[in-house]
Design a binder for this molecule. Structure first.
Ligand SMILES: Nc1ncnc2c1ncn2[C@@H]1O[C@H](COP(=O)(O)OP(=O)(O)OP(=O)(O)O)[C@@H](O)[C@H]1O
Length: 281
């Protein structure tokens, strides 16, 4: 996706909050936006997420996008699982796939027992888990996270860190704002700063090209992935796949070893597809 000359202001003739924003959002990239309080980070993120239209400039090449806002609308008349299933449908999943993804993400965040709790009765932390699960459950091409870690317990923060790096490894673009300067510091390869209404790129190294390989694999019913797989692959449910079908993404140098490990597992995993992929990491 690309922004050209984008500007955003509130109200007719109001001051520009951000303007002249040119920004590339490549596939397989993790982008951080920083800036002082009130500088316009959330304003920019809402435009990136497609929630607000820019008042100037254009946004081209938008992939399927998910957004986790700073504040979750907890007053919606849904249970946690009902909300996530509905959002999965909005994100393009079929009913069964949406319900399955909803359950899996609630379990992953340790909130499976709240599946039938109404959103209005969830604690702040559990609401935030639901908000984050909503962003992740359909493996969006662009994921926009505005302070999404705030309110999560440490274990859930780590799960979100890993989900973000997995999404990026699988070819997604993730843009985030977070108050913790250490957040994903090892992984964030481009940092932008909003200052005086302009977007500046904070001199980070240019991404280095690296071969990645995607492996679509399916284990025996109910089987977990074998532990300690070569190359520490990123792992997501295979898009549109059967329950238990996974998409693993790994550096090309480890792909043969990983395939061997899956085929040698007892019982062995079934390999559906192996696809090389270039990223700009
Ligand atoms: N809906 C709105 N209507 C009018 N002004 C707004 C609206 N949303 C934000 N603003 C104004 O735009 C400016 C930038 O706000 P924004 O929330 O984008 O900044 P931020 O960098 O995300 O701030 P923080 O770090 O405090 O979350 C502020 O002056 C704010 O008051």
């Amino acid at each position: 996706m690309r922004l050209t000359g984008v500007g955003r202001r509130y109200g007719i003739g109001g001051p520009w909050v951000v303007r002249d924003v040119d920004m590339e959002l490549p596939e397989g990239a993790l982008l951080r936006v920083t800036g002082a309080n009130g500088s316009g980070k959330s304003t920019l993120l809402r435009v990136l997420a497609g929630i607000d239209a820019p008042n100037a400039g254009r946004v081209e090449g938008r992939p399927r996008t998910a957004y986790v806002p700073e504040r979750f609308p907890a007053a919606l008349p849904f249970t946690a699982a009902g909300y996530l299933t509905a959002m999965g449908r909005v994100h393009g999943l079929g009913r069964a796939a949406a319900a399955r993804a909803a359950g899996e993400w609630l379990e992953r965040f340790g909130a499976g027992h709240h599946a039938r709790t109404r959103l209005s009765q969830l604690s702040k932390g559990t609401s935030q888990k639901v908000a984050v699960a909503q962003g992740l459950l359909a493996a969006p091409g662009l994921l926009v996270l505005d302070e999404a870690w705030t309110g999560l317990d440490p274990a859930s923060r780590t799960i979100l860190d890993r989900a973000v790096t997995d999404r990026v490894a699988a070819g997604g673009t993730v843009v985030f704002v977070d108050h913790d300067p250490g957040r994903l510091a090892d992984a964030a390869h481009t940092v932008f700063r909003v200052e005086d209404g302009r977007l500046r790129r904070d001199g980070h190294p240019a991404p280095v090209a690296e071969d990645r390989v995607r492996i679509e694999a399916e284990g025996p019913p109910g089987a977990a992935l074998p532990p300690a797989l070569p190359g520490d692959p990123a792992c997501e449910p295979a898009p549109g796949g059967r329950p238990g079908a996974l998409r693993l993404t790994v550096a090309g140098a480890h792909s043969d070893e990983l395939l061997r490990a899956l085929l040698a597992a007892r019982p062995p995993w079934h390999i559906h597809a192996v696809t090389p992929r270039e990223t700009n990491r």
